[in-house]
Design a protein around this ligand. Structure first.
Ligand code: ADP
Length: 472
């Protein structure tokens, strides 16, 4: 089959979170299964762009409302990622360093989607499926059906994956003229709550909808930032397919971003060397259990609870655990964490920012990975932690519930808690300290056991293929 993935992120080209990891890995595994998988994404000005060679494959022009724009499509020459990668360049809109966070994000992603549809409409053949990811590509299924310039592509099946329903790309009806000429009788198919809602449009118009875990699919029906009724209504065409991880990128045996490589035989020694490096860099005590957090410092991840939970844990458990936080996000949370680091020198430290190398070293060197998320569609961090022999401490929600069991349960290998609050986190820290200090054998067994679990894309990539095949 020929599968076209359209996304705002793809690792290692541009990544802000899990979406990048998924779109960087799934096409690679689909290619390994014998299919042709291609990724189309915006051409941001990232390192990957400058460090690789490209060929121009198409140039075109379209309109965004009353503004005409020119776009070009370039292709990476050497198949470096294991699949065909195409970048769409639109000067003045997509040529930025960051992926998101600009005032004109609506215009940027609308023009990107228009360019993608226009380019696809010029192909001499039809792909078997167009797979769109998150709201930045959510208007495509509608445009292919109801924009007059593209609707000769209406019989190409579309699949839409919801990686995160918190962000929906809302825009006012005053921006409806951004759409290329379309059948205005179909306005209801892009609307939700009296504005244009690209996520809702994708759910309404794509042939199939998937979410990145089964539990998240259930949760969306009662907690999806206003779209609950829509997810309930469209449940017939929706299914959950758990994300996998890229076992080649995330491999403690071959990871060149960590201090010491290790396999299951040497996990104890290997992790200790990495922990030593980490503790050395951040002034922490190698003999105490090290609990880390890696992620966006936002409400969804319950990052606002971290400062109080860390201080409460340090006081209640007499400083018997160390903490290290890597992330960036809400300024108040960043500020409180920075403040705490001076107060609890030697007990906690932070790195405010984004660092791929540090994240790898933390998965390898930490003893526990904390994820108190309020919302977690799938969550990849816990799966990376498992692969590196780091015990996940997670709130029972979404994909965390589907991938981590509690050590108190039969053959459990993690720590689970129910509420995103300071009390539950502090209590879980106590359980982690006890496990680490007093149940060394169990801790060792858990670590070895979880490293044998297979969370690679092999099985999920196949599930997507079956889904596409059902649309033929
Ligand atoms: P999200 O909701 O952010 O997509 P996921 O768990 O699905 O959450 O994926 C998060 C990905 O982003 C992981 O690969 C994680 O290691 C990475 N990540 C998040 N924040 C940072 C950071 N500050 N530095 C490095 N990597 C980060």
């Amino acid at each position: 089959m020929e599968i076209i993935h359209v996304s705002a992120e793809c690792y290692p080209v541009a990544k802000a979170g899990g979406l990048g990891d998924v779109v960087g890995a799934l096409p690679k595994y689909q290619t390994k299964l014998g299919h042709i998988a291609k990724v189309i994404m915006p051409m941001y000005r990232t390192k990957f762009l400058y460090n690789n060679e490209w060929e121009l494959v198409h140039e075109g022009g379209q309109a965004l409302g009353s503004q005409h724009f020119h776009y070009s499509v370039i292709k990476e020459k050497s198949n470096k990622l294991g699949f065909d990668l195409y970048l769409v360049d639109i000067n003045g809109l997509l040529d930025r360093e960051k992926i998101y966070g600009y005032d004109d994000d609506t215009e940027r992603f609308m023009s990107f989607q228009i360019a993608v549809c226009d380019w696809l409409s010029k192909w001499s053949h039809r792909p078997d499926v167009i797979h769109c990811h998150d709201h930045h590509t959510g208007m495509i299924p509608f445009m292919l059906k109801y924009c007059y310039g593209f609707n000769h592509l209406a019989n190409i099946p579309t699949v839409f994956t919801v990686h995160n329903a918190q962000y929906q790309g809302w825009m006012g009806w005053d921006k409806s003229h951004y759409l290329p000429p379309w059948d205005t009788w179909k306005g209801g198919l892009i609307e939700w709550g009296s504005s244009i809602n690209p996520l809702a449009a994708a759910v309404k118009n794509s042939w199939k909808v998937t979410t990145v875990s089964n539990s998240y699919l259930d949760e969306l029906k009662y907690m999806s930032n206003g779209l609950e009724k829509l997810f309930e209504y469209e449940k017939g065409k929706s299914s959950g397919i758990l994300n996998g991880i890229d076992n080649e990128v995330w491999d403690p045996q071959n990871d060149n971003l960590i201090a010491k490589n290790y396999d299951i035989e040497e996990v104890g020694k290997g992790k200790r060397k990495n922990k030593k490096e980490l503790c050395g860099q951040f002034g922490l005590d190698i003999d105490k259990p090290l609990i880390v957090f890696i992620g966006r410092l936002v409400g969804e991840k319950a990052a606002d609870l971290l400062p109080e939970s860390i201080s409460s844990s340090i006081y209640q458990h007499h400083g018997n655990a160390n903490f290290l936080i890597l992330g960036s996000g809400e300024p108040e949370v960043e500020g409180s964490l920075e403040h705490l680091k001076d107060q609890f020198k030697g007990y906690m430290n932070t790195y405010i920012g984004y660092s791929e190398p540090l994240s790898h070293l933390m998965y390898a060197g930490a003893d526990f990975l904390l994820m108190p998320s309020r919302v977690e569609p799938c969550g990849l961090n816990q799966m990376y932690a498992l692969r590196y022999g780091t015990v996940p401490m997670v709130r029972s929600t979404g994909g965390l519930k589907d991938t981590v069991t509690d050590f108190g349960d039969y053959q459990g290998f993690g720590i689970r808690f129910n509420n995103a609050d300071v009390w539950d986190i502090t209590y879980s820290v106590g359980r982690a300290i006890d496990l680490y200090n007093n149940k060394k054998e169990l801790y060792g067994w858990m670590r070895n056991y979880m490293m044998t679990l297979d969370h690679s894309w092999d099985s999920s990539a196949n599930q997507y293929i079956s889904l596409y095949q059902s649309l033929k």
